[in-house]
Ligand binder design. Structure first.
Ligand code: SF4
Length: 173
């Protein structure tokens, strides 16, 4: 196993690591992700929603398209808008962990997912899918950062492509 200082940091949605941080108080532990991360990688767990002060359990969030662009706020127009807070947290992570070379993200999450349902202001679902607000901001800070969702980890070809991209990204930073 490599020493900590030689491992490449990879951000991982904390619920995939078994942390009970989801809105419903549960986790989404992904055993294969945990096994694959042994050894070579330095895991940087993040739960953006908890990091910006939302509790566990909490009201679920959703993405809404409006005059100010895509916002993340309490589902059903209830609750807080945490768009700016998540943007700020993503910038903090990028500054605090400048060697980050990849992310394993939770699919369909309005914070962490890569292709998430988007609502109109009246609550209807729009046809397009967009990035969750945390991962979107992280990619603005770290352009080209390789990101894989847990739903793709079980495909060896996709996992290997991700790892190759992470090594390449780390080499060119
Ligand atoms: S998907 Fe992201 S924001 Fe939601 S519980 Fe998991 S780590 Fe937290």
């Amino acid at each position: 196993m490599k020493s900590v200082s030689h491992r490449i940091p990879i951000v991982v949605s904390a619920c995939l690591l078994g942390w009970k941080v989801r809105y419903d108080g549960k986790d989404k532990r992904h055993d294969r992700a945990l096994a694959l991360l042994q050894g070579e990688w330095l895991v940087v767990p993040v739960c953006p929603e908890v990091a910006v002060g939302l509790g566990v359990p909490r009201q679920p969030l959703e993405l809404v398209s409006g005059a100010k662009g895509v916002r993340i706020q309490g589902a059903g127009k209830k609750g807080v808008d945490v768009t700016e807070a998540l943007n700020h947290y993503a910038r903090q992570i990028a500054e605090r962990e400048p060697a980050i070379a990849g992310m394993i993200s939770k699919s369909r999450s309005p914070s962490c997912g890569l292709a998430v349902s988007l609502h109109d202001p009246q609550g209807g679902i729009l046809p397009e899918k967009v990035q969750g607000r945390f991962v979107h901001s992280l990619l603005e800070c770290l352009p080209g950062l390789p990101v894989i969702e847990e739903t793709d980890i079980d495909e060896d070809r996709k996992w290997q492509a991700f790892i190759d991209a992470v090594r390449e990204y780390a080499r060119h930073r």
